[in-house]
Design a protein around this ligand. Structure first.
Ligand SMILES: NC(=O)c1ccc[n+]([C@@H]2O[C@H](COP(=O)([O-])OP(=O)(O)OC[C@H]3O[C@@H](n4cnc5c(N)ncnc54)[C@H](OP(=O)(O)O)[C@@H]3O)[C@@H](O)[C@H]2O)c1
Length: 325
Protein backbone atom coordinates (compact mmCIF):
# COMPACT_ATOMS: atom_id res chain seq x y z
CA UNK A 1 0.00 0.00 0.00
CA UNK A 2 1.22 3.47 -0.86
CA UNK A 3 1.69 5.61 2.23
CA UNK A 4 -0.33 8.48 0.73
CA UNK A 5 -3.56 8.67 -1.26
CA UNK A 6 -5.68 11.21 -3.12
CA UNK A 7 -8.38 12.82 -1.02
CA UNK A 8 -10.58 15.89 -0.71
CA UNK A 9 -9.11 18.36 1.74
CA UNK A 10 -10.59 21.53 3.22
CA UNK A 11 -8.79 24.84 3.18
CA UNK A 12 -10.45 28.11 4.22
CA UNK A 13 -13.87 26.45 4.04
CA UNK A 14 -13.32 25.22 0.46
CA UNK A 15 -12.78 21.70 -0.89
CA UNK A 16 -9.74 20.87 -2.99
CA UNK A 17 -7.98 17.68 -4.08
CA UNK A 18 -4.66 16.72 -2.49
CA UNK A 19 -2.55 14.01 -0.90
CA UNK A 20 -3.27 12.57 2.56
CA UNK A 21 -1.72 9.68 4.50
CA UNK A 22 -3.39 6.33 3.68
CA UNK A 23 -5.08 5.14 6.89
CA UNK A 24 -4.09 1.84 8.47
CA UNK A 25 -6.81 -0.46 9.84
CA UNK A 26 -6.81 -0.94 13.60
CA UNK A 27 -8.32 -3.93 15.42
CA UNK A 28 -11.80 -4.72 14.07
CA UNK A 29 -11.48 -2.29 11.16
CA UNK A 30 -11.55 -2.73 7.39
CA UNK A 31 -9.50 -0.65 4.99
CA UNK A 32 -11.87 0.03 2.10
CA UNK A 33 -10.86 1.04 -1.42
CA UNK A 34 -13.58 3.66 -1.82
CA UNK A 35 -15.63 3.50 -5.04
CA UNK A 36 -18.37 5.90 -3.95
CA UNK A 37 -19.06 8.19 -0.99
CA UNK A 38 -22.39 9.69 0.05
CA UNK A 39 -22.72 13.43 0.68
CA UNK A 40 -24.55 14.65 3.77
CA UNK A 41 -25.61 18.02 5.19
CA UNK A 42 -23.20 17.41 8.06
CA UNK A 43 -20.35 17.52 5.50
CA UNK A 44 -21.35 21.08 4.57
CA UNK A 45 -21.29 22.13 8.22
CA UNK A 46 -17.95 20.38 8.84
CA UNK A 47 -16.44 22.04 5.75
CA UNK A 48 -17.50 25.43 7.14
CA UNK A 49 -15.91 24.60 10.51
CA UNK A 50 -19.23 24.25 12.39
CA UNK A 51 -19.24 20.49 13.02
CA UNK A 52 -15.94 19.05 14.26
CA UNK A 53 -15.50 15.27 13.82
CA UNK A 54 -15.80 13.10 16.94
CA UNK A 55 -12.58 12.40 18.86
CA UNK A 56 -10.35 9.86 17.13
CA UNK A 57 -12.16 10.14 13.76
CA UNK A 58 -10.45 11.14 10.52
CA UNK A 59 -10.55 14.92 10.03
CA UNK A 60 -11.51 14.32 6.38
CA UNK A 61 -15.19 14.73 5.42
CA UNK A 62 -17.38 11.76 4.55
CA UNK A 63 -19.75 9.70 6.71
CA UNK A 64 -20.53 6.78 4.39
CA UNK A 65 -18.82 4.80 1.65
CA UNK A 66 -19.17 1.81 -0.63
CA UNK A 67 -16.17 -0.02 -2.03
CA UNK A 68 -13.96 -3.09 -1.89
CA UNK A 69 -12.29 -4.50 1.20
CA UNK A 70 -8.57 -3.83 0.70
CA UNK A 71 -7.07 -4.92 4.02
CA UNK A 72 -8.27 -6.47 7.28
CA UNK A 73 -7.51 -5.15 10.75
CA UNK A 74 -6.55 -7.49 13.57
CA UNK A 75 -9.33 -9.85 14.67
CA UNK A 76 -11.56 -9.43 11.58
CA UNK A 77 -12.69 -12.89 10.50
CA UNK A 78 -16.03 -12.35 8.73
CA UNK A 79 -14.70 -10.32 5.76
CA UNK A 80 -12.13 -11.06 3.09
CA UNK A 81 -10.10 -8.90 0.72
CA UNK A 82 -12.15 -8.04 -2.38
CA UNK A 83 -15.61 -8.20 -0.70
CA UNK A 84 -18.11 -5.51 -1.76
CA UNK A 85 -18.92 -3.50 1.36
CA UNK A 86 -20.81 -0.38 2.45
CA UNK A 87 -21.44 1.37 5.73
CA UNK A 88 -21.26 4.31 8.10
CA UNK A 89 -18.03 6.03 9.18
CA UNK A 90 -17.26 8.69 11.79
CA UNK A 91 -15.35 10.55 9.02
CA UNK A 92 -12.82 10.07 6.24
CA UNK A 93 -15.09 8.96 3.38
CA UNK A 94 -13.99 11.67 0.89
CA UNK A 95 -10.81 9.78 -0.03
CA UNK A 96 -9.59 6.86 -2.11
CA UNK A 97 -9.19 4.73 1.04
CA UNK A 98 -11.23 4.86 4.24
CA UNK A 99 -11.57 2.93 7.48
CA UNK A 100 -14.88 1.21 8.15
CA UNK A 101 -15.46 -0.69 11.39
CA UNK A 102 -16.37 -4.29 10.59
CA UNK A 103 -19.37 -4.04 12.96
CA UNK A 104 -20.77 -1.19 10.82
CA UNK A 105 -20.05 -2.94 7.51
CA UNK A 106 -22.82 -4.39 5.34
CA UNK A 107 -22.54 -6.54 2.22
CA UNK A 108 -23.66 -4.84 -0.99
CA UNK A 109 -26.50 -6.81 -2.60
CA UNK A 110 -25.51 -7.87 -6.14
CA UNK A 111 -28.43 -5.86 -7.56
CA UNK A 112 -26.78 -2.57 -6.46
CA UNK A 113 -23.75 -0.71 -7.81
CA UNK A 114 -21.33 1.20 -5.59
CA UNK A 115 -23.01 4.60 -6.04
CA UNK A 116 -26.40 3.19 -5.08
CA UNK A 117 -24.91 1.48 -2.03
CA UNK A 118 -23.12 4.65 -0.89
CA UNK A 119 -26.48 6.46 -0.90
CA UNK A 120 -27.94 4.19 1.78
CA UNK A 121 -26.22 4.02 5.19
CA UNK A 122 -26.62 7.49 6.71
CA UNK A 123 -30.18 8.17 5.60
CA UNK A 124 -31.60 4.68 6.21
CA UNK A 125 -29.88 4.33 9.60
CA UNK A 126 -31.13 7.78 10.62
CA UNK A 127 -34.69 7.12 9.46
CA UNK A 128 -34.73 3.64 11.06
CA UNK A 129 -33.46 4.99 14.35
CA UNK A 130 -36.05 7.78 14.32
CA UNK A 131 -39.09 5.78 13.21
CA UNK A 132 -38.44 2.40 14.83
CA UNK A 133 -36.09 2.83 17.79
CA UNK A 134 -37.29 6.24 18.99
CA UNK A 135 -40.88 6.78 17.80
CA UNK A 136 -41.85 3.06 17.82
CA UNK A 137 -43.92 3.56 14.68
CA UNK A 138 -46.60 0.87 14.36
CA UNK A 139 -48.40 -0.60 11.34
CA UNK A 140 -51.60 1.34 10.70
CA UNK A 141 -50.22 4.60 12.14
CA UNK A 142 -49.77 7.88 10.30
CA UNK A 143 -46.43 9.67 10.13
CA UNK A 144 -45.72 13.18 8.88
CA UNK A 145 -42.23 13.47 7.38
CA UNK A 146 -40.93 17.01 6.91
CA UNK A 147 -38.44 17.68 4.08
CA UNK A 148 -39.94 14.57 2.47
CA UNK A 149 -37.63 14.70 -0.57
CA UNK A 150 -34.45 15.07 1.52
CA UNK A 151 -32.09 12.11 1.68
CA UNK A 152 -33.43 11.10 5.10
CA UNK A 153 -37.01 11.91 4.02
CA UNK A 154 -36.90 9.62 0.98
CA UNK A 155 -35.62 6.77 3.17
CA UNK A 156 -38.25 7.50 5.84
CA UNK A 157 -41.15 7.46 3.34
CA UNK A 158 -40.10 4.03 2.08
CA UNK A 159 -39.48 2.59 5.55
CA UNK A 160 -42.81 3.89 6.87
CA UNK A 161 -44.62 2.22 3.96
CA UNK A 162 -42.70 -1.03 4.41
CA UNK A 163 -43.64 -1.00 8.12
CA UNK A 164 -47.31 -0.73 7.22
CA UNK A 165 -47.70 2.92 8.26
CA UNK A 166 -49.00 5.80 6.10
CA UNK A 167 -46.42 8.50 5.32
CA UNK A 168 -47.48 12.09 4.66
CA UNK A 169 -44.86 14.67 3.72
CA UNK A 170 -44.12 18.34 3.46
CA UNK A 171 -41.81 19.37 0.61
CA UNK A 172 -41.56 22.04 -2.06
CA UNK A 173 -44.05 21.33 -4.86
CA UNK A 174 -41.55 20.30 -7.54
CA UNK A 175 -40.46 17.39 -5.34
CA UNK A 176 -43.98 15.99 -4.75
CA UNK A 177 -43.94 13.53 -7.71
CA UNK A 178 -40.86 11.78 -6.27
CA UNK A 179 -42.42 11.62 -2.78
CA UNK A 180 -45.61 10.14 -4.25
CA UNK A 181 -43.66 7.62 -6.28
CA UNK A 182 -41.91 6.47 -3.09
CA UNK A 183 -45.22 5.98 -1.29
CA UNK A 184 -46.28 9.28 0.29
CA UNK A 185 -50.06 9.35 0.68
CA UNK A 186 -50.33 13.13 1.01
CA UNK A 187 -47.87 15.82 -0.12
CA UNK A 188 -48.14 19.30 1.37
CA UNK A 189 -46.41 22.29 -0.19
CA UNK A 190 -45.21 24.01 2.97
CA UNK A 191 -44.37 27.14 0.98
CA UNK A 192 -47.99 27.85 0.07
CA UNK A 193 -50.02 25.93 2.68
CA UNK A 194 -50.21 25.79 6.49
CA UNK A 195 -49.33 22.14 7.04
CA UNK A 196 -51.06 21.99 10.44
CA UNK A 197 -54.34 23.11 8.88
CA UNK A 198 -53.97 20.58 6.08
CA UNK A 199 -53.16 17.73 8.52
CA UNK A 200 -56.20 18.63 10.63
CA UNK A 201 -58.38 18.69 7.52
CA UNK A 202 -57.08 15.41 6.04
CA UNK A 203 -57.13 13.51 9.36
CA UNK A 204 -60.59 14.69 10.35
CA UNK A 205 -59.09 16.64 13.27
CA UNK A 206 -57.31 13.59 14.73
CA UNK A 207 -53.72 14.49 13.78
CA UNK A 208 -50.80 12.15 13.04
CA UNK A 209 -49.13 9.64 15.37
CA UNK A 210 -45.51 10.49 14.57
CA UNK A 211 -43.69 13.51 13.12
CA UNK A 212 -40.15 13.37 11.78
CA UNK A 213 -38.79 16.92 11.83
CA UNK A 214 -35.61 18.58 10.55
CA UNK A 215 -36.87 22.16 10.71
CA UNK A 216 -37.20 22.85 14.45
CA UNK A 217 -38.22 26.27 15.75
CA UNK A 218 -40.29 27.37 12.77
CA UNK A 219 -42.43 24.21 12.93
CA UNK A 220 -42.62 23.62 16.70
CA UNK A 221 -46.10 25.00 17.35
CA UNK A 222 -47.60 23.54 14.17
CA UNK A 223 -46.02 20.18 15.01
CA UNK A 224 -47.67 20.11 18.45
CA UNK A 225 -50.93 21.14 16.79
CA UNK A 226 -50.60 18.30 14.22
CA UNK A 227 -49.92 15.44 16.64
CA UNK A 228 -52.66 13.03 17.75
CA UNK A 229 -53.13 11.78 21.32
CA UNK A 230 -49.96 9.91 22.42
CA UNK A 231 -48.13 11.45 19.46
CA UNK A 232 -44.34 11.27 19.12
CA UNK A 233 -42.14 14.04 17.71
CA UNK A 234 -38.57 13.24 16.61
CA UNK A 235 -36.25 16.23 16.09
CA UNK A 236 -33.18 15.52 13.97
CA UNK A 237 -32.09 18.96 12.72
CA UNK A 238 -32.87 22.65 12.99
CA UNK A 239 -32.85 23.87 9.38
CA UNK A 240 -35.47 26.44 10.47
CA UNK A 241 -33.75 27.62 13.67
CA UNK A 242 -33.43 26.60 17.33
CA UNK A 243 -35.27 29.31 19.30
CA UNK A 244 -38.98 29.81 19.60
CA UNK A 245 -41.64 31.01 22.03
CA UNK A 246 -44.03 28.20 22.72
CA UNK A 247 -47.32 27.13 24.28
CA UNK A 248 -46.45 23.93 26.15
CA UNK A 249 -50.05 22.95 26.90
CA UNK A 250 -50.46 20.36 24.07
CA UNK A 251 -47.53 18.33 25.46
CA UNK A 252 -49.61 17.33 28.49
CA UNK A 253 -53.07 17.43 26.98
CA UNK A 254 -52.04 15.09 24.13
CA UNK A 255 -49.42 13.11 26.13
CA UNK A 256 -46.78 13.96 23.51
CA UNK A 257 -43.26 12.49 23.61
CA UNK A 258 -40.38 14.49 22.13
CA UNK A 259 -37.10 12.86 21.05
CA UNK A 260 -33.89 14.47 19.86
CA UNK A 261 -30.92 12.58 18.47
CA UNK A 262 -27.75 12.67 16.42
CA UNK A 263 -26.45 9.47 14.90
CA UNK A 264 -22.81 10.54 14.66
CA UNK A 265 -22.38 11.10 18.39
CA UNK A 266 -23.62 7.59 19.29
CA UNK A 267 -21.03 5.08 20.55
CA UNK A 268 -19.82 2.28 18.27
CA UNK A 269 -21.84 -0.36 20.14
CA UNK A 270 -25.08 1.59 19.53
CA UNK A 271 -24.30 2.19 15.86
CA UNK A 272 -23.37 -1.50 15.45
CA UNK A 273 -26.67 -2.67 16.99
CA UNK A 274 -28.60 -0.19 14.84
CA UNK A 275 -26.75 -1.35 11.70
CA UNK A 276 -27.49 -5.01 12.48
CA UNK A 277 -31.16 -4.27 13.13
CA UNK A 278 -31.57 -2.19 9.97
CA UNK A 279 -29.59 -4.61 7.77
CA UNK A 280 -31.95 -7.48 8.66
CA UNK A 281 -34.87 -5.38 7.39
CA UNK A 282 -33.19 -3.47 4.56
CA UNK A 283 -30.98 -5.98 2.71
CA UNK A 284 -33.71 -8.46 1.66
CA UNK A 285 -35.97 -5.57 0.64
CA UNK A 286 -33.21 -4.03 -1.50
CA UNK A 287 -32.92 -7.38 -3.28
CA UNK A 288 -36.67 -7.54 -3.90
CA UNK A 289 -36.80 -3.86 -4.93
CA UNK A 290 -39.33 -2.93 -2.21
CA UNK A 291 -36.77 -0.46 -0.82
CA UNK A 292 -34.39 1.45 -3.07
CA UNK A 293 -31.63 4.02 -2.96
CA UNK A 294 -32.85 7.39 -4.24
CA UNK A 295 -30.03 9.02 -6.18
CA UNK A 296 -30.34 12.62 -7.23
CA UNK A 297 -26.94 12.78 -8.95
CA UNK A 298 -23.51 11.15 -8.98
CA UNK A 299 -20.57 13.56 -9.26
CA UNK A 300 -16.96 12.67 -10.08
CA UNK A 301 -15.13 13.09 -6.77
CA UNK A 302 -13.07 16.00 -8.08
CA UNK A 303 -16.34 17.97 -8.51
CA UNK A 304 -17.36 17.69 -4.85
CA UNK A 305 -17.51 21.50 -4.50
CA UNK A 306 -20.30 21.67 -7.12
CA UNK A 307 -22.15 18.88 -5.34
CA UNK A 308 -21.97 20.78 -2.04
CA UNK A 309 -23.28 23.88 -3.80
CA UNK A 310 -26.25 21.95 -5.19
CA UNK A 311 -27.14 20.68 -1.71
CA UNK A 312 -26.73 24.15 -0.20
CA UNK A 313 -29.23 25.50 -2.72
CA UNK A 314 -31.83 22.88 -1.62
CA UNK A 315 -31.87 21.78 -5.27
CA UNK A 316 -31.63 18.04 -4.56
CA UNK A 317 -34.30 15.34 -4.22
CA UNK A 318 -32.70 12.21 -2.76
CA UNK A 319 -28.98 11.66 -2.39
CA UNK A 320 -25.81 13.09 -3.87
CA UNK A 321 -22.88 10.71 -4.26
CA UNK A 322 -19.22 11.14 -5.23
CA UNK A 323 -17.75 8.49 -7.54
CA UNK A 324 -14.08 7.55 -7.14
CA UNK A 325 -12.22 5.85 -9.96
N1 LIG B 1 -29.78 13.97 13.79
C1 LIG B 1 -29.28 13.07 12.98
O1 LIG B 1 -28.87 11.99 13.38
C2 LIG B 1 -29.23 13.37 11.52
C3 LIG B 1 -28.77 12.41 10.62
C4 LIG B 1 -28.79 12.70 9.24
C5 LIG B 1 -29.23 13.95 8.82
N2 LIG B 1 -29.62 14.86 9.73
C6 LIG B 1 -30.08 16.18 9.32
O2 LIG B 1 -31.32 16.01 8.68
C7 LIG B 1 -31.50 17.04 7.70
C8 LIG B 1 -31.83 16.40 6.38
O3 LIG B 1 -30.65 15.76 5.92
P1 LIG B 1 -30.52 15.29 4.42
O4 LIG B 1 -29.12 14.89 4.15
O5 LIG B 1 -31.56 14.29 4.18
O6 LIG B 1 -30.85 16.68 3.68
P2 LIG B 1 -31.00 17.03 2.15
O7 LIG B 1 -31.08 15.80 1.33
O8 LIG B 1 -29.96 18.02 1.82
O9 LIG B 1 -32.44 17.74 2.08
C9 LIG B 1 -32.76 18.86 2.81
C10 LIG B 1 -34.06 19.45 2.27
O10 LIG B 1 -34.75 20.11 3.32
C11 LIG B 1 -35.58 21.14 2.78
N3 LIG B 1 -35.34 22.35 3.57
C12 LIG B 1 -34.17 23.01 3.74
N4 LIG B 1 -34.33 24.07 4.55
C13 LIG B 1 -35.63 24.09 4.89
C14 LIG B 1 -36.43 24.94 5.72
N5 LIG B 1 -35.91 25.99 6.35
N6 LIG B 1 -37.75 24.67 5.84
C15 LIG B 1 -38.30 23.61 5.21
N7 LIG B 1 -37.60 22.76 4.42
C16 LIG B 1 -36.29 23.00 4.26
C17 LIG B 1 -35.19 21.30 1.30
O11 LIG B 1 -36.18 20.65 0.51
P3 LIG B 1 -37.48 21.46 -0.05
O12 LIG B 1 -37.18 21.80 -1.48
O13 LIG B 1 -38.61 20.51 0.10
O14 LIG B 1 -37.59 22.68 0.80
C18 LIG B 1 -33.88 20.52 1.22
O15 LIG B 1 -33.64 20.01 -0.07
C19 LIG B 1 -30.19 17.83 7.66
O16 LIG B 1 -30.33 18.99 8.40
C20 LIG B 1 -29.20 16.89 8.32
O17 LIG B 1 -28.13 17.57 8.91
C21 LIG B 1 -29.64 14.60 11.06
Amino acid sequence: MATSMQALLVKDGQLHTGQWPTPRPGPGELLVAVKAAGINRADLLQRQGHYPPPEGASPLLGLEVAGLVQQLGEGVTDWKVGDRVFGLLPGGGYAHYALLHSQLAMRIPEELDFSQAAALPEVFLTAWQALVWLARLQAGEQVLIHAGASGVGTAAIQLARALGATPWVTASAGKHPLCRELGAGLCIDYKTEDFAERVAQESGGRGVDVILDFIGAGYWQQNLQSLALDGRLVLLAFLGGTRTETNLAPLLRKRISVFGSTLRSRPLAYQAALTKDLAAFLLPRLKSGELQPVLHRVYPWQEAASAHQEMEQNATAGKLVLAFS
